[in-house]
Write a protein of this length. Structure first.
Length: 107
């Protein structure tokens, strides 16, 4: 069973129930200011941690993107080398004139 959240006015009303409680206002205010400062520090630290995590994630993503681009460039170079044998075999013209099964005569 959940209870409805208490509004700020209700909390103050519960804290200050009699006219004598008016003397507690400065103490209550200081307590609330301390709580607010504590919450602000926690929020600031949480935001800082999230920002750092986001920066780290972006750095990793950019590094990965660069690595993928390097692999892509290398794969394109390999594909080009496979498709054009003249690049690595300077005597390809001479080799290609030889019939594929002509070597069988000498076996």
């Amino acid at each position: 069973m959940t209870t409805a959240p208490i509004s700020a006015a209700q909390a103050v009303g519960e804290y200050l129930q009699s006219p004598d409680d008016l003397g507690k206002i400065s103490t209550f205010r200081k307590k609330l200011e301390k709580e607010k400062a504590s919450i602000d520090v926690r929020l600031r630290n949480g935001v800082r941690e999230q920002l750092q995590a986001t920066r780290d994630g972006l750095r990793k993503l950019f590094g990965t993107r660069d690595n993928v681009q390097v692999v892509k460039d290398e794969m394109l170079a390999i594909e080009k080398a496979c498709n054009d044998p003249h690049i690595d075999v300077p005597t390809f013209d001479q080799i290609s004139r030889v019939r594929p099964h002509s070597y069988l005569r000498y076996l």
